[in-house]
Design a protein around this ligand. Structure first.
Ligand code: BTN
Length: 265
Protein backbone atom coordinates (compact mmCIF):
# COMPACT_ATOMS: atom_id res chain seq x y z
CA UNK A 1 0.00 0.00 0.00
CA UNK A 2 1.30 3.44 -0.94
CA UNK A 3 1.80 5.46 2.24
CA UNK A 4 0.89 9.11 1.98
CA UNK A 5 4.02 11.31 1.93
CA UNK A 6 3.29 14.19 4.31
CA UNK A 7 6.43 16.02 3.13
CA UNK A 8 4.96 16.17 -0.37
CA UNK A 9 1.67 17.46 1.00
CA UNK A 10 3.52 20.22 2.85
CA UNK A 11 5.44 21.20 -0.28
CA UNK A 12 2.15 21.78 -2.09
CA UNK A 13 0.66 24.12 0.52
CA UNK A 14 0.11 27.78 -0.38
CA UNK A 15 -2.42 28.91 2.24
CA UNK A 16 -1.53 30.79 5.40
CA UNK A 17 -3.93 29.21 7.86
CA UNK A 18 -4.48 25.53 7.05
CA UNK A 19 -0.94 24.19 7.16
CA UNK A 20 -1.12 21.28 9.56
CA UNK A 21 0.33 19.90 11.78
CA UNK A 22 -0.48 16.62 10.02
CA UNK A 23 -1.19 13.41 11.91
CA UNK A 24 -1.08 10.37 9.63
CA UNK A 25 -2.08 6.86 10.73
CA UNK A 26 -2.75 3.70 8.79
CA UNK A 27 -5.97 2.86 10.62
CA UNK A 28 -8.20 4.83 12.99
CA UNK A 29 -11.83 4.50 14.09
CA UNK A 30 -12.70 7.79 12.39
CA UNK A 31 -10.51 10.73 11.43
CA UNK A 32 -13.30 12.98 12.74
CA UNK A 33 -12.87 11.36 16.16
CA UNK A 34 -9.11 11.90 15.99
CA UNK A 35 -9.68 15.57 15.21
CA UNK A 36 -12.33 15.98 17.92
CA UNK A 37 -10.13 14.39 20.60
CA UNK A 38 -7.20 16.56 19.57
CA UNK A 39 -9.42 19.65 19.60
CA UNK A 40 -10.57 18.86 23.14
CA UNK A 41 -6.89 18.53 24.11
CA UNK A 42 -6.15 22.01 22.68
CA UNK A 43 -4.89 21.28 19.14
CA UNK A 44 -4.51 24.28 16.87
CA UNK A 45 -6.63 25.31 13.91
CA UNK A 46 -5.36 23.67 10.73
CA UNK A 47 -4.43 20.41 12.43
CA UNK A 48 -5.25 17.69 9.91
CA UNK A 49 -5.83 14.01 10.63
CA UNK A 50 -5.37 11.50 7.84
CA UNK A 51 -5.84 7.74 7.68
CA UNK A 52 -5.62 5.00 5.06
CA UNK A 53 -8.67 3.27 6.49
CA UNK A 54 -11.29 3.73 9.19
CA UNK A 55 -12.86 1.00 11.29
CA UNK A 56 -15.84 3.17 12.23
CA UNK A 57 -15.98 5.79 9.46
CA UNK A 58 -19.11 7.89 9.82
CA UNK A 59 -21.39 9.29 7.18
CA UNK A 60 -24.35 11.60 7.48
CA UNK A 61 -27.57 10.52 9.16
CA UNK A 62 -25.86 7.81 11.20
CA UNK A 63 -24.64 5.92 8.15
CA UNK A 64 -21.31 4.10 7.95
CA UNK A 65 -18.61 5.25 5.54
CA UNK A 66 -16.75 2.28 4.03
CA UNK A 67 -13.16 2.75 2.89
CA UNK A 68 -10.93 -0.21 2.02
CA UNK A 69 -7.28 0.51 2.93
CA UNK A 70 -5.35 2.79 0.59
CA UNK A 71 -8.15 3.45 -1.91
CA UNK A 72 -9.39 6.79 -0.60
CA UNK A 73 -8.20 10.08 0.70
CA UNK A 74 -9.65 10.28 4.20
CA UNK A 75 -8.96 13.33 6.31
CA UNK A 76 -10.40 15.71 8.86
CA UNK A 77 -9.41 19.34 9.34
CA UNK A 78 -9.80 21.13 12.64
CA UNK A 79 -11.09 24.70 12.51
CA UNK A 80 -11.58 27.16 15.31
CA UNK A 81 -13.79 29.62 13.49
CA UNK A 82 -14.66 32.97 15.02
CA UNK A 83 -18.00 32.87 13.21
CA UNK A 84 -21.59 33.61 14.19
CA UNK A 85 -23.42 30.30 14.81
CA UNK A 86 -25.56 30.67 11.66
CA UNK A 87 -22.38 30.59 9.54
CA UNK A 88 -21.32 27.17 10.77
CA UNK A 89 -23.60 25.49 8.20
CA UNK A 90 -21.52 27.17 5.52
CA UNK A 91 -18.37 25.32 6.56
CA UNK A 92 -19.73 22.24 4.83
CA UNK A 93 -20.52 24.16 1.68
CA UNK A 94 -17.07 25.74 1.47
CA UNK A 95 -15.59 22.28 1.96
CA UNK A 96 -17.62 21.01 -1.01
CA UNK A 97 -16.48 23.93 -3.12
CA UNK A 98 -12.86 23.36 -2.12
CA UNK A 99 -13.11 19.74 -3.23
CA UNK A 100 -14.72 20.69 -6.55
CA UNK A 101 -12.15 23.40 -7.26
CA UNK A 102 -9.20 21.16 -6.37
CA UNK A 103 -10.55 18.23 -8.45
CA UNK A 104 -11.10 20.49 -11.46
CA UNK A 105 -7.63 22.03 -11.12
CA UNK A 106 -5.81 18.71 -10.85
CA UNK A 107 -7.90 16.40 -13.02
CA UNK A 108 -10.21 18.47 -15.22
CA UNK A 109 -13.12 16.33 -13.96
CA UNK A 110 -16.53 17.95 -13.97
CA UNK A 111 -17.16 17.36 -10.27
CA UNK A 112 -20.11 19.34 -8.89
CA UNK A 113 -21.55 20.02 -5.48
CA UNK A 114 -24.88 18.39 -4.71
CA UNK A 115 -26.84 19.99 -1.87
CA UNK A 116 -26.29 19.71 1.02
CA UNK A 117 -22.81 18.28 1.05
CA UNK A 118 -21.99 15.71 -1.60
CA UNK A 119 -19.64 16.05 -4.52
CA UNK A 120 -20.77 14.12 -7.59
CA UNK A 121 -19.64 13.41 -11.12
CA UNK A 122 -22.49 12.70 -13.57
CA UNK A 123 -24.77 12.07 -10.60
CA UNK A 124 -22.46 9.56 -8.90
CA UNK A 125 -20.95 10.32 -5.53
CA UNK A 126 -17.20 10.97 -5.51
CA UNK A 127 -16.80 12.57 -2.10
CA UNK A 128 -18.63 12.60 1.22
CA UNK A 129 -18.27 15.44 3.72
CA UNK A 130 -19.23 15.33 7.37
CA UNK A 131 -18.89 18.48 9.46
CA UNK A 132 -19.22 18.13 13.21
CA UNK A 133 -19.01 21.14 15.49
CA UNK A 134 -18.82 21.89 19.16
CA UNK A 135 -19.91 25.49 19.25
CA UNK A 136 -18.31 27.90 19.82
CA UNK A 137 -15.01 26.10 20.31
CA UNK A 138 -14.30 24.14 17.17
CA UNK A 139 -15.55 22.46 14.04
CA UNK A 140 -14.20 19.37 12.29
CA UNK A 141 -14.60 18.98 8.55
CA UNK A 142 -14.22 15.33 7.55
CA UNK A 143 -13.72 14.52 3.89
CA UNK A 144 -13.65 11.13 2.18
CA UNK A 145 -12.61 11.09 -1.49
CA UNK A 146 -12.95 7.91 -3.56
CA UNK A 147 -9.59 7.71 -5.33
CA UNK A 148 -8.65 4.32 -6.76
CA UNK A 149 -11.75 2.13 -6.23
CA UNK A 150 -13.04 0.06 -9.12
CA UNK A 151 -16.80 -0.66 -9.23
CA UNK A 152 -16.36 -4.03 -7.48
CA UNK A 153 -14.67 -2.33 -4.53
CA UNK A 154 -17.96 -0.66 -3.55
CA UNK A 155 -20.69 -2.61 -1.73
CA UNK A 156 -23.26 -3.88 -4.31
CA UNK A 157 -25.92 -1.39 -3.22
CA UNK A 158 -23.56 1.54 -3.92
CA UNK A 159 -22.15 0.42 -7.28
CA UNK A 160 -24.62 2.37 -9.38
CA UNK A 161 -24.42 5.43 -7.10
CA UNK A 162 -20.69 5.85 -6.41
CA UNK A 163 -17.67 6.71 -8.50
CA UNK A 164 -13.96 7.23 -7.93
CA UNK A 165 -11.27 9.25 -9.64
CA UNK A 166 -9.92 6.00 -11.15
CA UNK A 167 -13.34 5.13 -12.57
CA UNK A 168 -13.41 8.61 -14.09
CA UNK A 169 -10.07 7.85 -15.71
CA UNK A 170 -7.81 10.19 -13.73
CA UNK A 171 -5.06 9.47 -11.24
CA UNK A 172 -3.78 12.60 -9.48
CA UNK A 173 -1.36 12.09 -6.61
CA UNK A 174 -3.22 11.96 -3.30
CA UNK A 175 -0.61 14.28 -1.82
CA UNK A 176 -1.25 16.93 -4.49
CA UNK A 177 -4.99 16.49 -4.07
CA UNK A 178 -4.87 16.93 -0.31
CA UNK A 179 -2.61 19.99 -0.56
CA UNK A 180 -4.84 21.59 -3.18
CA UNK A 181 -8.01 20.90 -1.20
CA UNK A 182 -6.43 22.56 1.83
CA UNK A 183 -5.26 25.51 -0.31
CA UNK A 184 -8.76 26.02 -1.73
CA UNK A 185 -10.41 25.54 1.66
CA UNK A 186 -8.02 28.08 3.16
CA UNK A 187 -9.01 30.72 0.58
CA UNK A 188 -12.75 30.00 0.88
CA UNK A 189 -12.53 30.01 4.67
CA UNK A 190 -10.96 33.47 4.46
CA UNK A 191 -13.89 34.60 2.33
CA UNK A 192 -16.35 33.25 4.87
CA UNK A 193 -14.53 34.90 7.76
CA UNK A 194 -14.51 38.19 5.85
CA UNK A 195 -18.30 38.05 5.36
CA UNK A 196 -18.19 37.50 1.57
CA UNK A 197 -21.47 35.58 1.64
CA UNK A 198 -22.75 36.81 -1.71
CA UNK A 199 -19.49 35.88 -3.48
CA UNK A 200 -19.61 32.42 -1.90
CA UNK A 201 -23.25 32.05 -2.92
CA UNK A 202 -22.31 32.89 -6.52
CA UNK A 203 -19.59 30.22 -6.51
CA UNK A 204 -21.98 27.68 -5.02
CA UNK A 205 -24.67 28.42 -7.60
CA UNK A 206 -22.17 27.78 -10.41
CA UNK A 207 -21.14 24.47 -8.94
CA UNK A 208 -24.53 23.14 -7.75
CA UNK A 209 -25.94 20.24 -9.75
CA UNK A 210 -29.54 20.23 -8.46
CA UNK A 211 -30.54 23.71 -9.66
CA UNK A 212 -33.21 23.67 -12.34
CA UNK A 213 -33.87 19.96 -11.88
CA UNK A 214 -36.80 18.06 -10.42
CA UNK A 215 -35.83 16.69 -7.02
CA UNK A 216 -37.28 14.74 -4.17
CA UNK A 217 -35.86 15.80 -0.80
CA UNK A 218 -36.29 13.71 2.32
CA UNK A 219 -36.59 15.65 5.57
CA UNK A 220 -36.60 13.03 8.32
CA UNK A 221 -39.38 11.07 6.62
CA UNK A 222 -41.29 14.01 5.08
CA UNK A 223 -40.75 14.23 1.32
CA UNK A 224 -40.65 17.49 -0.60
CA UNK A 225 -41.04 17.16 -4.38
CA UNK A 226 -40.46 19.98 -6.82
CA UNK A 227 -37.86 21.86 -8.83
CA UNK A 228 -34.67 22.99 -7.10
CA UNK A 229 -34.83 26.73 -7.66
CA UNK A 230 -31.96 28.36 -5.84
CA UNK A 231 -29.57 28.25 -2.91
CA UNK A 232 -29.78 30.72 -0.04
CA UNK A 233 -26.86 32.64 1.44
CA UNK A 234 -27.22 30.70 4.72
CA UNK A 235 -26.89 27.28 3.08
CA UNK A 236 -30.55 26.40 2.36
CA UNK A 237 -32.11 25.04 -0.84
CA UNK A 238 -35.31 26.56 -2.26
CA UNK A 239 -37.64 24.00 -3.86
CA UNK A 240 -40.59 25.09 -5.97
CA UNK A 241 -43.38 22.66 -5.10
CA UNK A 242 -47.00 22.45 -6.27
CA UNK A 243 -47.92 24.16 -2.98
CA UNK A 244 -45.40 27.02 -3.28
CA UNK A 245 -41.72 27.59 -2.59
CA UNK A 246 -40.16 25.84 0.38
CA UNK A 247 -36.65 26.48 1.72
CA UNK A 248 -35.07 23.47 3.34
CA UNK A 249 -32.04 23.57 5.62
CA UNK A 250 -31.68 19.90 6.48
CA UNK A 251 -32.37 16.55 4.87
CA UNK A 252 -31.07 15.20 1.61
CA UNK A 253 -31.92 14.81 -2.03
CA UNK A 254 -33.03 11.22 -2.48
CA UNK A 255 -33.90 11.55 -6.16
CA UNK A 256 -32.85 14.02 -8.82
CA UNK A 257 -33.87 14.25 -12.45
CA UNK A 258 -30.85 13.37 -14.56
CA UNK A 259 -29.56 15.48 -17.48
CA UNK A 260 -31.83 13.32 -19.66
CA UNK A 261 -35.21 14.94 -18.86
CA UNK A 262 -36.93 11.54 -18.79
CA UNK A 263 -34.49 9.99 -16.33
CA UNK A 264 -34.01 10.13 -12.58
CA UNK A 265 -30.82 9.55 -10.62
C1 BTN B 1 -21.56 11.30 3.88
O1 BTN B 1 -21.63 11.52 2.67
O2 BTN B 1 -22.44 10.64 4.46
C2 BTN B 1 -20.40 11.85 4.66
C3 BTN B 1 -19.22 10.93 4.64
C4 BTN B 1 -18.00 11.52 5.32
C5 BTN B 1 -16.84 10.55 5.35
C6 BTN B 1 -15.59 11.18 5.88
S1 BTN B 1 -14.20 10.12 5.68
C7 BTN B 1 -13.23 11.15 6.71
C8 BTN B 1 -14.12 11.59 7.85
N1 BTN B 1 -14.14 10.61 8.93
C9 BTN B 1 -15.35 10.05 9.08
O3 BTN B 1 -15.63 9.18 9.94
N2 BTN B 1 -16.22 10.55 8.20
C10 BTN B 1 -15.59 11.56 7.36
Amino acid sequence: MHRLDIGLVQQGLRGLRLRGPFVYKESVASTNDEARDAALAGAAEGSTFIAETQTAGRGRQGRQWHSPPGQSLLFSVLLRPALPPQDFALLTTIAGLAVVQASAALTGCDARTKWPNDVVIAGRKLVGILTEARLPDFAVIGIGVNVSQQPDDFPPELRSKATSLAIEGVAPSREALLAEMLNRLDALYDMLRSGCHQELLALRRQSEVTLGRRVIADLAGRQVTGTALDLTADGGLIIRTAAGDETIHSGEIVKMQSADPEGWA
